[in-house]
Design a protein around this ligand. Structure first.
Ligand code: OFO
Length: 172
């Protein structure tokens, strides 16, 4: 049965495993951004809290996009286990740095998977990855911008209040 199912799909097992791994990465990002959202809300940084809540929703849609692709290709999608979510942070800057680091990590993951799919001659999946590669350019840019806003305004006086407002405007 397992063999027959594999024969019905042109998706190679190694590609399917990579896609399931990426679903897990997107699910982890979604939960991690939600934890960041909650922390920001606790600190009264409500606009940044809403920003990360939207970000969490976006990551879930990315995960489901991969899920749909796996299903449409006759592959097997696995609902990912999400563990190791950080809920405590030292300050807003630490969150923004982690945000940028996570987005760079996701870009690197798509670059690596695209390279592997080119080598495996799976051009259909390479084409599927194009949307994510473009999306990651925008995502990294947004993450970098939040850190720039933080650095430009600074935390003196009502700086944090202004930073919160400016970050909130990025997803309006
Ligand atoms: Fe889905 O990684 Fe950010 O966008």
């Amino acid at each position: 049965m397992k063999t027959l199912l594999r024969l019905k799909s042109s998706l190679q097992e190694s590609v399917q495993d990579m896609l399931n791994g990426q679903m897990k990465m997107e699910a982890h990002s979604s939960s991690q951004y939600l934890a960041m959202s909650a922390w920001c809300h606790e600190q009264g940084l409500i606009e940044t809290g809403e920003y990360f809540k939207k970000q969490a929703e976006e990551e879930r849609t990315h995960m489901l996009k991969i899920y749909d692709y796996l299903i449409d290709m006759g592959g097997r999608a696995l609902s990912p286990d999400v563990t190791d979510i950080q809920n405590d942070f030292t300050d807003l800057k630490a969150i923004l740095e982690q945000y940028l680091e996570m987005e760079i990590g996701i870009t690197e993951s798509f670059n690596k998977m695209t390279d592997a799919c080119i080598k495996a001659k799976d051009f259909q999946t390479v084409k599927f990855f194009e949307w994510f590669l473009t999306e990651q350019m925008e995502e990294e840019d947004a993450a970098r911008r939040t850190l720039e806003i933080y650095e430009l305004i600074g935390t003196e006086l009502d700086g944090l209040f202004k930073i919160d407002h400016q970050i909130g405007k990025l997803k309006e």
